[in-house]
Design a protein around this ligand. Structure first.
Ligand SMILES: Cc1c2[nH]c(c1CCC(=O)O)Cc1[nH]c(c(CCC(=O)O)c1C)Cc1[nH]c(c(CCC(=O)O)c1C)Cc1[nH]c(c(C)c1CCC(=O)O)C2
Length: 348
């Protein structure tokens, strides 16, 4: 039984991530801050996404909104995976309804070599935002995050969102040296972005490799895992739990754990008890309610939440989450109800 404490290291989220006992299953939602909340749409009015991410007062307000409203067990830092790339000087924008769009796609070794590094001094505002947030959050942990090298590389090489990642795979296979140089650079940028967040007070981190499910296991092990491992091991000395998530990664879950995670994020395509069997007793799990089920009637939704909570008991630790981000048209009251149910049903 955990006692109430104002130290986020004693929170249910951090304890579950470490495989320690908890008094309830912690819950948060990917994209809990965002368009599903009217209070978010209000404060974002007229402010471009990248500018919002670099304005500490706005980052603090937006990050706190879902914590106040839903009583989730963690805040996720309001930012974006491309913020450190833009901060380093790469010309890109986040286009509403589309996602990140890069002015000059990276297609050759020369393009890779021309990419800048990120100096921590270029993201002083990120440290400021995290400091303001942790002061407000008290015992509620703040999760810092970054994009993993493959997912960032896909945006840079394709020039924007991609279904098939064809230019990315073409570089991976056609010029492995350029590919490895690109991913090594992105690993350094992500490590810096994460370290700044943790040193400023984040209590856990999540490395998003959202699109890595596009790869076979062998390609993942050959071309991607070493670079993700470099990011996760760079965080090792800072002693915060590391969550590693991607979409469509049923075949990659053990390999993503072995990249150096403490918690493996699971999407909704495989049952959580099957995920627990696949990763074994070494890793805690996070997941995995289908975000589309928040549009279903309460009864089947409730049954699914309970099924996931019960399956999670078979893992080293369980953090309840969605299998991917909150969809923008979700009724936020459904999220609040899910949080209440998770807390009620999992109370030990
Ligand atoms: C792939 C990826 C991106 N960004 C991110 C990922 C990994 C997570 C995932 O798999 O979803 C990470 C991210 N982006 C955002 C967060 C905020 C924290 C949170 O989860 O609440 C996080 C963790 C805010 C955001 N990032 C973005 C928004 C929407 C901006 C808006 O409100 O207009 C938000 C709230 C923009 C963005 N940025 C990206 C996409 C695909 C989009 C959506 C495009 C759109 O539909 O408009 C790239």
């Amino acid at each position: 039984m955990t006692v109430a404490s104002s130290d986020p290291r004693d929170s249910a989220l951090v304890r579950a991530a470490r495989g320690q006992s908890v008094d309830h299953t912690p819950v948060w939602f990917m994209r809990q801050a965002g368009r599903s909340l009217p209070e978010y749409r209000k404060v974002r009015e007229g402010v471009p996404m990248l500018q919002s991410c670099r304005t500490p007062e706005l980052v603090t307000e937006i990050t706190l909104q879902p914590v106040r409203r839903h009583k989730v067990d963690a805040a996720i830092f309001f930012s974006d995976i491309v913020v450190p790339l833009a901060a380093a000087g790469i010309d890109l924008d986040i286009v509403p309804g589309t996602g990140p769009v890069v002015a000059s796609p990276v297609r050759s070794r020369a393009d890779v070599d021309a990419l800048p590094e990120l100096d921590p001094s270029q993201i002083d505002d990120i440290a400021t935002s995290v400091g303001m947030l942790t002061a407000e959050l008290g015992g509620t942990p703040l999760i810092g995050f970054a994009g993993a090298p493959f997912t960032l590389a896909s945006y840079l090489v394709e020039g924007g969102p991609s279904k098939n990642h064809e230019h990315t795979k073409a570089m991976m296979y056609g010029d492995p040296e350029a590919w490895n140089a690109l991913c090594a650079k992105l690993a350094r940028i992500s490590s810096t972005f994460l370290k700044v967040q943790v040193q400023a007070g984040a209590s856990a981190i999540q490395l998003f490799d959202s699109w890595v499910g596009a790869l076979s296991r062998v390609d993942y092990l050959t071309y991607v895992q070493p670079h993700s491992a470099a990011v996760l091991s760079a965080l090792g000395e800072l002693d915060v739990p590391r969550i590693h998530f991607g979409v469509g990664t049923g075949e990659l879950l053990p390999a993503m754990g072995e990249a150096g995670a403490d918690v493996v994020g699971v999407d909704f395509r495989i049952p959580l008890d099957e995920a627990a069997r696949r990763v074994g007793p070494t890793y805690a799990l996070q997941g995995n309610l289908d975000p589309a089920l928040l549009f279903a009637p309460w009864e089947p939704l409730r049954d699914k939440v309970i099924e996931i909570l019960d399956a999670g008991l078979g893992a080293r630790g369980h953090i309840f989450n969605l299998g991917h981000g909150v969809l923008p048209t979700t009724d936020p009251d459904m999220l609040t109800r899910v949080v209440e149910l998770v807390h009620e049903h999992s109370a030990r």
